[in-house]
Design a binder for this molecule. Sequence first.
Ligand code: TXE
Length: 498
Amino acid sequence: MSQFANTQTAPTAPREFGFWLDGAYQGGRELFERSSPGHGVPVTLIPKCTVDDLNAAVAAARRTFEDRSWAGISGAERAGVLLRTAQILRDRRDEIAYWEVLENGKPISQARGEIDHCIACFEVAAGAARLLHGDSFNSLGDNLFGMVLREPVGVVGLITPWNFPFLILCERVPFILASGCTMVVKPSEVTSATTLILGEILADAGLPKGAYNVVTGSGRTIGQALTEHPDVDMLSFTGSTSVGRSVVHAAADTNFKKLGLELGGKNPIIVFADADLEDAADGAAFGISFNTGQCCVSSSRLIVDRRVAKEFEEILARKMKKIVVGDPLDESTQVGAITTSQQNETIMSYIAKGNAEGARLVTGGSQMDLGKGTYIEPTLFSDVTKGMSIATDEIFGPVLSSFHFDTTEEAIHLANDTVYGLAASVWSKNIDTALSVTRRVRAGRFWVNCIMAGGPEMPLGGFKQSGWGREAGVYGVEEYTQVKSVHIDTGKRSHWIK
Ligand code: TXE
């Protein structure tokens, strides 16, 4: 059993990391300290990389891409590396979960579950690496044969956020590698540890040096420089809509790099009167409280049939009060700490706005004092109306806003009344209702009588201002390729010059 399996306390001294360049840790940089949001003690020391470090990482990724040691090997060989990575992740699961909890504040049981999902990502990507293929056209006449090749885009920049540091990383890295690309990753400054540890694991699994590099530091300097880098062919960004917009500008102002963007959400959960209300309430409580609501697919807008609204909100409030919020290293904890003090302030300011703008607080609404760390009660507001801040803005916390509807048309209209389109959930026992709502609500991920279900076979991504492109599954591998049309003349040329 791993030494981390039964660890129940934060470390007595922070662990120092280097950044990951060309297959090894590099030290010697100024360090910044990260404290555990659940315990308030320093847990990691992370390098402040410079733009020169970033340039070295891009150069390493470029060299490895061009020398064909990764792009030029067979899909089967790439799959071998991805499957060995999955095995090492299995062996180091408890250790990775431990560092994830310390930097992010999520519950240990949830973190372990996420690592299991990450293992599955590597396994699915291994299969996709072997099956990736192009197309052919036998319809161009006897003298012309057409082939469509899929080629890796090249060097990918990957910028990730702090809410699911390892999960979001693993929903991208194996699929990027499966396509034959190499990469430079810039994790969030507050949650860099597990992204660095993945470097060790990939190296042990046999990934060529330079295929995976990690530069750590601030988004405004290193992140911005990565988005502007002229030798990066594609950039995958997951984070706020405002930084997403600056990423688009940076790409336009430099080399028109291809972009993948996963941005914010204000996701509806629509509950009809004929739903199993106990199931739907459990789903709604989970959908807003999972990962303390710091989740791009959190179901943050409850849209409930007026005929059952009062009853449903009562069931939901009862369930929300029973959620176990506490020390993320405690096995029984269901909801942990808010990841940063800045995010804590943002959430509390939205709760204050909800009260001030006239919404009715049904449950929660307070900061919790557990003696250490930053915790907020799962919160439900009812009587929320269009125009209130809690109706429109992504709060990124455990704050659910409830709206009531009278007709299916109104439910669909409310669900679509947002600039976002990341995810949605509908609860009804009537197949006609569930399917017609699913087809008309504009969102990249949909759950019918369930919430946040799925596996890495399924594509992820958003409609509208929630982003561009898709990650994971075969779709995720294809995203990191570009197609080349090849035309082959199989006969005698019909001459132009007579
Ligand atoms: O995100 P940022 P923040 C939303 C959520 C949250 C808000 C702010 O609403 O409250 O964003 O979170 C890097 N060029 N989401 O401030 O700043 C940064 O270092 C390039 C939703 O943490 O967007 C980090 O690695 N990169 C989201 C990453 O971008 C830059 C998840 C995300 O940070 C940069 C997280 C720049 N100029 C927040 N500035 C989701 N969709 O899940 C920062 N970064």
